[in-house]
Design a protein. Structure first.
Length: 125
């Protein structure tokens, strides 16, 4: 090969090697910060789901009370079933949200390393 081409290839390889080393150093340096952010995101996401569940349950309870007062004033019979089922459905959604999000919040508080391992496992799938 031409010596000039060899020199350019050597320079290119040195540049690529330097870039790869810098990228690796950056990734190693930032890994703890990224792990903390993953744990914080998972925690606050679960807490938001729990709060949403509490608000949904409170709303379902409030709707049930409003419908009951309305029905008592008007002597309503079978027409009452639709709003009652709606309030019950909202209550079930609230329970479902709480059941799915509360364990995630507890997991973050008790075992944050497991959260990171699960996150990495989801990324590899």
């Amino acid at each position: 090969m031409d010596p000039k081409v060899n020199e350019q290839l050597a320079e290119l390889l040195a540049f690529v090697k330097k870039g790869a080393e810098a990228t690796t150093d950056f990734a190693v340096e930032q890994a703890p910060l990224v792990a903390r952010e993953i744990v914080a995101w998972t925690f606050w996401h679960a807490i938001a789901g729990c709060l949403l569940a509490v608000f949904a349950a409170a709303f379902a309870f409030w709707c049930g009370r409003v419908v009951k007062r309305w029905a008592n004033r008007r002597d309503v019979g079978e027409e009452l079933m639709f709003p009652v089922f709606g309030a019950a459905a909202a209550g079930l959604v609230a329970v479902g949200l709480l059941v799915t999000n509360a364990p995630a919040a507890i997991k973050v508080a008790v075992a944050p390393r497991l959260v990171i391992i699960d996150y990495i496992g989801k990324l590899t799938k």
